[in-house]
Design a protein around this ligand. Structure first.
Ligand SMILES: C[S@@+](CC[C@H](N)C(=O)[O-])C[C@H]1O[C@@H](n2cnc3c(N)ncnc32)[C@H](O)[C@@H]1O
Length: 476
């Protein structure tokens, strides 16, 4: 049985927030000095020294910080200065796993599954062969505050949120992948996996990869880089430049190295931090890493709109939607404080089009239909989209257990980090829903003032006077 099984049940959400890294095997009370480093981190650092990845002159080394482990500057580090470099030999990715003892049984597996199997095996094995990666595996946390590690009680704090359904779907996905790999790879190869591997082990490995693997690198879609994966995130670093890259190891070398730079000037003793991803929503941050930001535009809500297959005009509508870069089922991410996505209103008007307005679906309008739908098309059509969206918002708002005001009161109190995430997520989603509702409420109030397609058309033909009156040619 894995050692982390017992710690899998996460801390009580009502427990006071603690910055101590309780998710690692060790517990340390003070911060950022090498003397306070737990033995496992010291062993890891010695391993890296012995392997010549680092030296006493390295600009940064592991330290205890409020986010758990982190990288602490040993001296002043300039903006864009290289903080560490890790040669390919120390990377853990699917290619490396294919060349390892379990490689022959991992051929054809999804990259993340083979790396997960590798991590779990290195964690659970007790034979001599496990010595090489032991010091790295030992510094990996048992869990993070990612919602995939939350207990049912903790998850009940995000009841009604989109994050809850995403978390449950992700866990279901991991479970299905686990059952499959257990049947096809683990069970038939008892010699390679002579220990029990549980779903919790698999969720642990998934959580490690989601929170620590680097992606979008040259030729590397998923790679764990020991040491570099100690870098923590800072909300106040907003530079979009990548802080890390893969490059050649030198002029006369074919080897590759992973290089991490500091995006800002860091004083000796301070933590080196980077921006993980400016484009991730709070729900994504909570799911991947187990933290959120207070920046308003990290709050999003995804509206799913669709052209119903039972719509008598389904084929025409789908053709128009696809010609304009949308689909039969279309997701629109709405962000707090930002305008609606540009294609959302035309899409909504298209979905709602019917009755006497359906002439617009005729093929002679195919090239101009989307332009017409950029503006209110008819009063009926505009009224329908307002009603549909407002009632969807109100129904979604009624599925949360708390109001925004109740959430605001709880914020800032003596609460656990997970409860803080839960409150931030549910308040954020509700704010976005209210914002959407507000937009369509205003549109409802403008229904009588809008100019619709027919009026625009008459005006274009010169048939509407300055005051909006229709010009008739009276017989003289
Ligand atoms: C790449 S690891 C960084 C090393 C990690 N702190 C550790 O102790 O091993 C990413 C994890 O660090 C923690 N973390 C990083 N930045 C954070 C932040 N700004 N606030 C809270 N936790 C953070 C989260 O647990 C996240 O899943």
């Amino acid at each position: 049985m894995s050692t982390f099984f017992s710690t899998f049940t996460s801390p009580n959400p009502l427990k006071p927030k603690s910055y101590l890294p309780q998710n690692h095997h060790f517990s340390v009370k003070c911060s950022a000095t090498s003397a306070s480093l737990p033995p496992s981190v010291q062993t890891f650092w010695k391993w890296l020294n012995d392997e010549k990845v680092v030296s006493s002159k390295s600009p940064a080394k592991p330290g205890m910080v409020k986010e758990g482990l982190g990288l602490v500057a040993q001296r002043d580090i300039g903006r864009n200065e290289v903080v560490l470099e890790v040669p390919k030999k120390f990377w853990i990715n699917s290619d490396m796993v294919l060349g390892s003892e379990i490689g022959r049984v991992c051929d054809g597996l999804k990259p993340w599954i083979s790396v997960a199997l590798f991590l779990i095996r290195e964690k659970l094995r007790e034979d001599e062969g496990g010595a090489y990666w032991r010091s790295y595996i030992d510094i990996l946390p048992e869990f993070t505050d990612s919602t995939i590690f939350w207990s049912e009680e903790e998850l009940s704090e995000i009841e009604g949120t989109q994050l809850l359904s995403t978390t449950l779907s992700v866990k279901e996905y991991v479970k299905n992948e686990f059952l499959q790999v257990q049947e096809q790879v683990i069970s038939p190869n008892k010699r390679l996996f002579p220990f029990e591997i549980t779903l919790d082990d698999f969720i642990w490995a998934f959580g490690i990869l989601r929170s620590r693997a680097f992606s979008r690198l040259r030729g590397q879609n998923l790679v764990l880089i020991p040491l570099a994966d100690l870098i923590n995130h800072s909300a106040s670093i907003t530079t979009e430049d990548y802080a890390y890259e893969i490059k050649g190891a030198g002029l006369f070398s074919r080897d590759q190295i992973f290089s991490l730079r500091s995006p800002i000037y860091v004083k000796a003793g301070q933590q080196v931090l980077i921006q993980y991803d400016l484009n991730k929503s709070n729900a994504e941050l909570a799911l991947d890493y187990g933290f959120i930001e207070s920046t308003p535009d990290r709050n999003t809500y995804t509206l799913t709109l669709q052209i119903s297959e039972s719509d008598p005009y389904f084929d025409d509508k789908l053709d128009i939607a696809e010609t304009n870069g949308t689909k039969a089922v279309q997701y629109f991410d709405i962000t707090l404080g930002r305008p609606l996505p540009p294609k959302m209103l035309p899409y909504l008007r298209l979905v709602a089009l019917g009755g006497t307005d359906s002439f617009l679906l005729e093929s002679i309008f195919r090239n101009s239909v989307w332009d017409h739908l950029e503006l209110p098309f008819s009063r009926d059509n505009e009224e329908v989209i307002c009603q549909v969206v407002r009632s969807a918002c109100q129904s979604a708002l009624s599925s949360y257990r708390t109001t925004i005001e109740e959430d605001e009161k709880l914020k800032g109190g003596n609460i656990s980090s997970r409860l803080e995430i839960a409150i931030g997520i549910r308040a954020g989603e509700k704010k976005v829903l209210q914002q959407i509702d507000e937009v369509f409420k205003e549109k409802e109030m403008e229904l009588d003032e809008n100019e619709y397609y027919q009026e625009r058309r008459l005006r274009d033909l010169g048939l509407v006077g300055e005051q909006g009156d229709i010009i008739f040619w009276e017989p003289k």
